[in-house]
Each structure stands twice: as C-alpha cells, then as structure tokens.
Design a protein around this ligand. Structure first.
Ligand code: A2P
Length: 344
C-alpha cells in the first residue's frame, strides 16, 4: 500500500510543479491531496492526466496523511507545520521558516542525505533556498576533491522565484512597454521588464539582503560551516531558471579539466562546456529540466587554487519542487517512514 501525500500551496508555482513531479516520477502514493487557501477552495489543479479539487488547508485533517509537501510561504508554514507535524505527518517545507532551526534538517539529497535522520525531532524537513540548492549540488563534488575555502557568487534569479505574481508582473510590464502603456511595479521594487534589480528579499542591518544571507547560511549548514561565502543576489527578467556566476577558491590544487571530469560524474550535475558559440547553458533551456548544469569552467589565475563556473538550473524544480520530492523519496528509500494505512 502506498502513501497519502498532501501538497499545500498546490495552486502556486512550486505547488503545481510538485504535483507534476510526483506524477512524472511515479512517487509511491495511493492518494494525493491538493491544498491551498480558502480563496482556491473547489478550483482544480492538474495531477498527471487527472485533476484534483483544491481543499482548504485551514481545516484539513492530516491524521491519515503521511507527508505534506508545503510551499505556501513562511508565515503559513510557521502557523501550520507544527500542527501538521503533531498529527504524525512529516512536513517537507519549501519556505525559509524552519531552515535555520538546529532541530530541523536542511537537505539536498546529493549533498547531505545522512542528515535526514534528524527529522524526527520536529517531524519537519526544510528544503533550501532555490539559489543554494543548485549551488551546493555543484560545489559538493569539488569540495570533496580539493576542499573549498571561499566562494563568491552572483545570482541571476528568474521572476518565478517570486511566485506567480512575479511572473505576471514581468509579462504585464513587457506587454505594457510594447503597447506604450504605463509600466506598473507592484511585486518588485523597480521595473523588472528590460531591467535587472540587485535586491531580493528584505535588507539586513549589514547592507546584505536576506536572500544573500540565506545562500551563505544554508551552504554552511549543508556543506561545511568552514566555507566562507559571499553573495550578490539579482533578479533578472527571465521567467524560469536561475543562473549563478561562481568564483571558488580551494585549499588544494584543482585544474579546470579535473573539475570538468568530477562534475561529469557527480549526481545531479550535467556539464555543458564547449568553448564555442552556444556551448554553454542558459536559464531558458533549463526550464522543465531536473539537472544542475555547469558551464564556463575555467581557472582563475588571480588566486592560487581558483575556478570560475557558471551554474544554471530550473528554480522551480531542483530549486524547490524536485528537491522536496527527492527528500520524500529519500525518506521512503531509507525506510524512515511507513504508510499510515499500512501500519494500521
Ligand atoms: P492561493 O492560490 O489559494 O492563494 P505562489 O508562491 O506561486 O504565489 O503560491 C503561493 C501558494 O500558497 C498558493 O497555492 C496559495 O494559495 C498558497 N497560500 C497562500 N496563503 C495561504 C494560506 N493562508 N493558506 C493556505 N495556502 C495559502
């Protein structure tokens, strides 16, 4: 007998992708339930070739549900996750609400799968920030080989990371520019169409944004607390797919050729790195794909052991929905969860 899975935030960008991926990968679920706010109650979402009627998260009883994939924002997660977890349902949460809690494992299955056993403390597992997920997938095999000292990352993040309102704003502004209508900014702080914005999430006291801080805090939590990370996070007018320019300084020697060979073998990574026109990955091409793509691998001659790489992935998949489902698959593969119906 299979599992009963709930997707909370099922009408959102990530929630819809969670439903797609559950169906595509044939997750061993007997029943999948779509949940969102009262606003969406009774609307329909696709699940494979079926449609599911959306139910209201607020009054949903989780006592016979095994896993809740949650992607409804931090405030909703803070309010509901402990209640859901108390009903014996494991929450895999995509928001930042629980990521820095010492009793909540933050997991990228290719990077720190063994940390998952700690989920029993709260019955909650955190999914990382979209930029961090693809970054650590690329860094982990390089760190294992030559020990990373410091990382300087600049992100080029698509508007889908800001939810469906972010995608609508890019579309509407682009249209407004073409038809010479006034361009209105509601979701983003400045115009995003034909522009880039060096600001994601709120500002912190030291001048960094919360998004930039997340990349360093989460890389340390999942990969190695000794690695120094600094980040500039930038929103770009791309619908789906985050890109990152990453400069890495290592303790030990590593050549570009070695890095290419290591990344070719690494789980979750795909190297596309030809030194010719078009011989690299772009975010547009990554949309709908599962891999973390690494291109433009080259040595940085300005430091002793340095590399520059370009990392691209679909932020809704590896950066969110796919990683959450891989976490659920890990729970099942390691026998850490038993279907309630089976146990009854
Ligand atoms: P709804 O569509 O009913 O508002 P996105 O990040 O793409 O904007 O999606 C956010 C998701 O979180 C949506 O599915 C949204 O549902 C859901 N959501 C937002 N607020 C709540 C809430 N208070 N309770 C349950 N789901 C919520």
């Amino acid at each position: 007998m299979g599992f009963k899975i709930a997707v909370a935030g099922a009408t959102g960008n990530v929630g819809r992708e969670m439903l797609n991926i559950l169906s595509e990968r044939g997750f061993p679920a007997d029943e999948v339930v779509a949940l969102a706010s009262a606003r969406s109650h009774g609307t329909e979402v696709s699940f494979g070739d079926k449609t599911l009627k959306v139910k209201n998260l607020e009054n949903y009883d989780f006592s016979d549900t095994d896993i809740c994939l949650m992607s409804a924002g931090g405030a909703v997660s803070l309010k509901y996750s402990p209640k859901i977890a108390a009903q014996g349902c494991v929450v895999i949460d995509n928001s930042s609400a629980w990521r820095y809690d010492a009793d909540v494992p933050l997991i990228v299955p290719e990077v720190n799968p063994d940390a998952i056993t700690q989920f029993t403390k709260r019955n909650i597992i955190a999914n990382p920030n979209c930029s961090t997920a693809q970054l650590v997938v690329a860094l982990k095999p390089l760190h294992d080989f030559a020990k990373i000292k410091r990382v300087v990352v600049s992100t080029y993040q698509s508007v889908s990371g800001a939810g469906k309102d972010g995608m609508d704003e890019l579309f509407n502004q682009t249209r407004a520019v073409f038809v010479a209508d006034p361009v209105e900014s509601k979701k983003f702080t400045k115009r995003i169409a034909f522009n880039v914005i060096p600001h994601i999430d709120s500002f912190m006291e030291d001048g960094y944004t919360k998004e930039e801080w997340k990349v360093l805090a989460e890389t340390k939590k999942m990969l190695d607390p000794k690695i120094k990370v600094t980040c500039t996070a930038v929103r770009v007018p791309v619908f789906i797919g985050h890109s990152e320019s990453v400069n890495i300084e290592f303790e030990n020697e590593i050549t570009a050729d070695q890095a290419r060979d290591i990344l070719r073998e690494a789980p979750g990574c795909l190297v596309i790195d030809k030194h010719e026109n078009g011989g690299y990955m772009t975010p547009y091409e990554s949309a709908g794909e599962d891999a973390t793509y690494i291109s433009r691998i080259r040595e940085d001659a300005t430091v002793e052991n340095g590399l520059n790489i370009w990392v691209v992935s679909d932020n809704l998949r590896k950066g969110a929905a796919l990683n959450a489902i891989q976490i659920a698959e890990l729970l099942v593969a390691r026998g850490l969860i038993t279907a309630k119906k089976q146990a009854a």
